[in-house]
Ligand binder design. Structure first.
Ligand code: HEM
Length: 120
């Protein structure tokens, strides 16, 4: 069984990303970096995470190879922005009901990926 299946499939990723962007919407560091309409970023992150954790490969079909570091270069991601992102995602993780092992694995992945994206 994939992690995607174990945590409840697409609906779980939708809820996680919905909670994350609700936090981004009120974040003074992160909000200005995103476009006015948060729906497209929401869709991209949902599909990316679902794909990464073993779900359907819809992200690649729609967006091509993720190339996350390259895609994030236009955004000034310093330690402070990285920490703000991780804080919002950790808070979002708390709003969905995940087995503790899955929560820990998600959080470690997000911390590492966010550190990798620091570019300033
Ligand atoms: C470190 C702090 C981060 C900041 C400040 C940040 C910021 C952004 C911004 C501003 C966008 C553009 C939104 C849009 O116009 O669609 C974006 C896109 C995206 N981000 Fe991040 N991001 C961060 C970390 C991450 C992490 C850790 C992941 C994955 C685990 C991630 C995954 C994505 C994806 C999948 C997209 C959409 C790419 C696309 O298909 O265009 N980001 N991010």
């Amino acid at each position: 069984m994939t992690i995607y299946e174990a945590v409840g499939g697409m609906e779980t990723f939708r809820r996680l990303v919905g909670a994350f962007y609700a936090g981004v919407a009120e974040d003074p560091i992160l909000r200005p970096m995103y476009p006015a309409d948060l729906d497209p970023p929401k869709r991209h992150l949902t599909l990316f995470l679902a794909q990464f954790f073993g779900g359907p490969q819809t992200y690649n079909a729609e967006r091509g190879h993720p190339r996350l570091r390259a895609r994030h270069l236009p955004f000034a991601i310093d330690q402070q922005a990285r920490d703000a992102w991780v804080r919002r995602m950790a808070a979002a993780l708390d709003t969905i009901d995940l087995p503790p092992a899955a929560r820990a694995e998600f959080l470690r992945y997000f911390e590492d990926a966010a550190s990798f994206l620091i570019n300033r």
